[in-house]
Design a protein around this ligand. Structure first.
Ligand code: GUN
Length: 285
């Protein structure tokens, strides 16, 4: 039996049309246009594409999507000065420093410098701490996108075994935290490079999330028949964009599966737009 495909693109369009109405209401009530400013240092080709997609999505929703560029050889001080300027700018509600930064530039200091009220990525330690304590200001974009894909496709997480492959600060760690919170109520296992007997663990998963950044790492024998498989991976392989899951083989075993592209990716951008609206609301005092 072939898995049900979880269509992230269609779901993202649905949520974005809901958000567009909320943005229009916000503008009418406050006479303020929500603004997201992305900061791009250098010319990483993948980052160029991500930032372009984010700005285009802003435009579709009536959000002001801006871009500030710094050259590849900019100093840490140049970047920190830019962040301080954006923190102060009253017409900028969300700040997104696109990662990765050029070699040698420590992201920790930069992400800590962002005003927590404008931290639409939810990378600032204050916002990460709030998330862990179950009183979030923002939800991080990709984990929130995964949660929306599950929720809006009727996949219950309460009492379910969720196995997450990957312990990154952007996906694995925050997603594990969100799904173990009261309300989501999953039993969460996080696997990483030193995990032993990986296949035995992944085969226990009712919901398997792959976020490791290795093309086609998850093979059919690692998946329990009927499991829900969420692929967060975006890898280049022979000029093609492929996920962390061997899609063609795993779709014959799984109950539900996300494609790449067209799965989690469009939801990540959508959640960023939602966070920009939340940030704009937080700043109307
Ligand atoms: N690079 C890869 N993913 C992300 C993300 O979610 N936010 C930012 N700022 N940079 C990224």
């Amino acid at each position: 039996m072939s898995a049900t495909i979880l269509d992230g693109k269609a779901l993202a369009q649905r949520i974005q049309s809901e958000l567009a109405e909320e943005v229009a209401d916000f503008i009418e009530n406050n006479a303020v246009v929500p603004c997201l400013t992305a900061v791009l240092v250098g010319h990483n080709p993948a980052s160029e594409v991500y930032v372009r997609n984010k700005r285009n999505a802003c435009g579709r929703l009536g959000i002001d999507g801006r871009l500030e560029r710094l050259p590849e050889d900019a100093s840490l001080d140049d970047l920190l000065s830019l962040v301080v300027r954006l923190n102060k700018a009253q017409d900028v509600h969300g700040i997104l420093v696109q990662l990765p930064l050029p070699r040698g530039m420590d992201p920790t200091r930069v992400l800590q410098a962002v005003n927590p009220l404008k931290d639409v990525d939810c990378f600032h330690p204050e916002n990460v701490g709030r998330l862990v304590q179950g009183r979030p200001r923002f939800l991080p974009c990709t984990p929130h996108g995964v949660q929306q894909l599950l929720k809006r496709n009727g996949v219950e997480t309460a009492g379910k075994n969720v196995v997450i492959l990957g312990r990154s600060d952007i996906v694995g760690k925050p997603l594990a935290n969100m799904l173990m919170q009261r309300g989501a109520d999953a039993t969460v296992t996080v696997c990483h490079t030193r995990t032993q007997n990986l296949r035995e663990i992944t085969r226990q998963a009712d919901i398997l999330v792959a976020a490791i950044g290795q093309a086609r790492f998850v093979t059919a024998d690692m998946v329990r028949p009927g499991a829900v498989v969420i692929d967060v991976g975006m890898n280049r392989s022979d000029e093609k964009l492929v996920g962390d899951v061997d899609y063609e083989a795993v779709r014959e075993v799984a109950g539900m599966i996300t494609p790449v592209p067209g799965g989690v990716g469009p939801l990540t951008i959508t959640m960023l737009l939602e966070n920009t609206l939340i940030a704009a609301r937080l700043q109307q005092t």
